[in-house]
Design a protein around this ligand. Structure first.
Ligand SMILES: Cc1ncc(COP(=O)(O)O)c(C=O)c1O
Length: 404
């Protein structure tokens, strides 16, 4: 069979990718040609139930109609802007986001890592301008993941993981403390510390939700020591954990929060939101981005965020997520099922996660593995209970096969 558009066979297409691109992940045997709602279609027509959403991105569904329409209309109007002109889609999106999550200011970036770069830069600049040049240090969590650019990579508390290996020395000025251990964070803070940075739920690290008292404790600690509290909500934000942002569901407000993934409906966009105090660190000349706040991405994000609100997807994530997590307890060989909303992790007693992921693929179910023993399931927030039932039945079969 020859593929539409290229005239290549499947194998030729795969060979072309392997020959000409730098491969950073083990590919699935999937030629993803089309997406619609909760399904991804292979070029051969096979429908895959999408329970990974392009790594927690397609929360409003693949090729959501409102997002597609917004992209098409904006692309016909103005594709690029830069930071110099005033742009209509930016204005609409900035107001919508700041007002709906209670933040004063926003700056748009192109990805989660980039958003975290700016969050780190802002915290440091705020520190040195408020207290002097020695206040630059940031405490982050062991097992965290903040991205692959140098600042974000240095903040990532996984020094022995592949993402940092070969890239040393990373940026100085970070210490990693135990997640969910307030004392460990307190001990890691020195007179140089200006900020604490955590994910409300560690996603890539294995789906570990923060405890309520941990986040409340961090807020208090930051207030006591005149430090900033930074939340990385790149994965947890925009509905996935049962509220617009996870921090709203914890009732713990950070000084700065980053977001990306779901907010763009599939388009590459990230952002940093801050209160007035933290945002005061950024002024003309101190930061910028050629593409950040791109009109097409902002228009898509406005449609995606509006869809998340109008369809009450956070509430759905909470309800369906609770149902799904309960049903996943039926799987054999599990150590723990955990998560928040539809950010779900299943930890097995044995290292079968990669095999389970591949086994699910053979049954037309897409999920991800985040370690040898942990799978992560992050479907679009539009899925129904019946889709979760189907996923559970497939998982049962696949896990049973692995356990023998
Ligand atoms: C919590 C968190 N922060 C940052 C990132 C990096 O985002 P991006 O891949 O868009 O640079 C990720 C990506 O998975 C993430 O989960």
């Amino acid at each position: 069979m020859r593929l539409k558009d290229t005239g290549m066979t499947r194998q030729e297409l795969k060979d072309t990718i392997d020959t000409y691109t730098m491969v950073t992940a083990k590919h699935l045997d999937l030629v993803a040609e089309q997406g619609k709602g909760k399904y991804i279609y292979d070029a051969d027509g096979t429908a895959y139930l999408d329970f990974y959403a392009g790594i927690a991105v397609s929360s409003v569904g693949n090729c959501n109609e409102k997002v597609v329409q917004a992209i098409q209309e904006q692309a016909a109007q103005l594709i690029h802007g830069s930071n110099y002109p005033y742009l209509v889609p930016q204005a609409k999106l900035a107001k919508l986001i700041c007002e709906s999550i209670g933040m004063d200011k926003i700056f748009f970036q192109n990805s989660g890592s980039e958003a975290n770069e700016l969050m780190i830069k802002m915290a440091r600049k705020y520190g040195v301008e408020t207290y002097g040049p020695a206040r630059y240090h940031i405490v982050t969590a062991k097992n965290s993941f903040h991205g692959r650019t140098y600042g974000a990579l240095s903040a990532t508390g996984q020094p022995d993981n592949g993402c940092q290996i070969g890239y040393h020395p990373v940026l100085p000025g970070f210490t990693y403390a135990e997640f969910n251990n307030l004392e460990s964070f307190r001990e890691a803070c020195t007179e140089h510390t200006i900020a604490i940075m955590v994910e409300p739920v560690q996603g890539e690290g294995g789906v570990y939700p923060a405890k309520q008292e941990f986040l409340e404790g961090l807020r208090k600690l930051c207030d006591e020591k005149g430090m900033l509290l930074l939340f990385d909500e790149v994965q947890t934000g925009w509905g996935r954990c049962g509220d617009l942002m996870a921090f709203l569901s914890y009732g713990v407000t950070p000084d700065i929060v980053t977001m990306a993934k779901a907010m763009g409906g599939g388009m590459p966009i990230g952002a940093v939101c801050a209160n007035r105090k933290a945002a005061s660190a950024i002024n003309p000349g101190s930061h910028g981005s050629t593409y950040g706040g791109n009109p097409v991405c902002c228009a898509a994000a406005y449609a995606a965020v509006t869809e998340i609100m109008e369809k009450k997807l956070p509430e759905r994530a909470k309800e369906i997520g609770a149902y799904f997590q309960k049903r996943l307890q039926e799987l054999p060989g599990i150590k723990e099922v955990r998560g928040r909303g539809l950010l779900v992790g299943v930890e097995f007693n044995t290292p079968i996660a990669a095999e389970v992921k591949h086994g699910c693929f053979e049954h037309q179910l897409l999920i991800t593995a985040v370690s040898d023993t942990i799978i992560r399931i992050v479907p679009p927030l539009i899925v129904e209970k019946e889709d979760c039932d189907r996923a559970v039945e497939i998982l049962k079969t696949v896990v049973q096969e692995q356990l023998g």
